[in-house]
Design a binder for this molecule. Structure first.
Ligand code: H79
Length: 425
């Protein structure tokens, strides 16, 4: 795996895209991995695979012609774009990024560039990306595409497939010219305004060539944000490694991406789903460091989102209905993580996310120099008693309304705050 933290440079972070604000405010995105691998569901020739369902072609070294046959059986008759978008809305999701083409090389949309696509090669014959792009926008959700720009195991000149093709004899430039770039242009041209183009696992291009790729796409949709995995330190916001939260505050726009269970693509024998409490705590943790969480769901080959994803996402949405003010539009917490939890901020307000309820009912906020005017429950506005001694605040919690692990308090204060991280603006 590549070290994604090195794929971003200060230069890019400093000149921000002029359409970056919606992304910074959004905080919670939905990643969707959906392709032929969803139909295989982690099983090939009776053998179970674990890890990343979308890697099964690679793990089982399935030859291109054999894998292509899966397309002729891929018929997601249960797919319902309105339902997916409604679920995202109910979950409090603000943007969706879906795999238009993953490393397997199969286009999940109507492509004129390659016949290896859902409309041409599958009995389904429709374009689910068209439907989902429209349904998402109808719900007020930003829509974007994941596109694997370098790895393409279907193509003799694409990256990654070393069991059918000789990696040394590949002409990556030709692959970029004939497939990746033209398909990206299709996606940017035919699906309305895209919030995000999400690249992954770059390769085969120099910095100059990567910049040229960006420039050629940028003219089609100047407002779309490109993820940092376009490579060479370029892109409009930073992505960390898969399922990685940075250890401390990060300046600028960034995102952590997480699987819901242990896989991106659907695996029928993976039931290790994060509960809504875990999702909420992850979201609070990422927000407290200034970033977004994009949580993945892996629909199956029929087009159904796994029931546990539906359940836990809806529960997360219920929590966001109550406490969303502390997440959406917030910036990093101005005090570091505490034994009881983390904080997020807005002008004059510090939100205290209580992830571990202190046994003695006393919540300590250390090192806070500004004058505090009020501390209350974000949910019912009930005031809480507190004592401030120097820069240390002791809040008396009330057992009855603070007995679960995802309560939020709001601390209101006067004056300009100081961040504990002096490296940040
Ligand atoms: O789309 C998801 C992954 O498929 C993709 N990025 C996220 C968003 C990705 N591409 N490459 N990698 C992740 C790193 C590769 C990890 C691997 Fe493995 C370790 C490939 C083989 C060993 C994971 C575990 C996949 C198969 C086994």
């Amino acid at each position: 795996a590549q070290d994604m933290t090195k794929m971003w440079d200060k230069e890019s972070a400093e000149k921000e895209h002029d359409n970056i604000q919606w992304f910074k405010d959004a905080k919670f995105g939905m990643f969707i991995h959906w392709g032929l691998y969803s139909k295989l569901a982690g099983v090939w020739k009776g053998k179970n695979y674990y890890g990343s369902g979308e890697w099964i072609m690679h793990q089982a070294k399935i030859p291109v012609p054999e894998y292509a046959k899966v397309a002729s059986e891929f018929n997601p008759v249960d797919f319902n774009a309105e339902q997916w978008a409604k679920l995202a809305k109910d979950a409090g999701i603000k943007y969706i990024v879906i795999t238009a083409k993953h490393h397997e090389g199969f286009a999940m949309y109507d492509s004129k560039i390659s016949d290896f696509n859902i409309v041409k090669a599958s009995p389904y014959k429709k374009d689910p990306m068209k439907a989902l792009s429209e349904a998402s926008r109808k719900q007020g959700i930003q829509f974007g595409f994941y596109y694997s720009q370098f790895q393409d195991w279907h193509e003799p000149n694409g990256g990654g497939n070393d069991w059918d093709f000789n990696e040394k004899k590949k002409n990556y430039q030709q692959y970029y010219r004939e497939k990746a770039l033209p398909q990206l242009k299709e996606l940017l041209t035919n699906y309305g305004p895209l919030g995000i183009v999400w690249f992954d696992t770059p390769g085969g291009l120099s910095k100059k060539e990567t910049q040229k790729l960006i420039d050629e796409l940028r003219v089609i949709q100047p407002k779309s944000l490109f993820s940092s995995r376009v490579g060479q330190g370029l892109g409009d916001y930073k992505d960390f490694g898969d399922s990685e939260v940075p250890p401390a505050l990060i300046a600028g726009a960034w995102e952590s991406i997480y699987t819901h269970n242990d896989s991106w693509g659907y695996i029928q024998h993976d039931m290790n789903f994060k509960s809504s409490t875990q999702i909420i705590q992850l979201l609070a943790n990422v927000s407290s460091k200034g970033g977004n969480l994009m949580l993945n769901v892996g629909p199956d080959g029929k087009g159904n989102i796994p029931p546990y994803s539906v359940k836990y996402l809806k529960e997360t949405g219920k929590w966001l209905d109550r406490f969303g003010e502390s997440i959406y539009g917030s910036t990093f917490g101005i005090i570091p993580a505490q034994p009881w939890g983390v904080t997020t901020s807005k002008t004059g307000k510090l939100f205290l996310h209580i992830l571990n309820y202190p046994k003695n009912g006393k919540l300590m906020v250390p090192g806070f120099s500004n004058q505090v005017t009020n501390i209350s429950s974000l949910e019912n506005k009930d005031k809480l008693d507190f004592k401030k001694t120097g820069e240390d605040i002791e809040i008396s919690l009330r057992e009855n309304d603070l007995d679960n692990p995802d309560q939020v308090l709001v601390l209101e204060y006067e004056g300009k705050p100081q961040s504990y991280d002096q490296n940040l603006p």
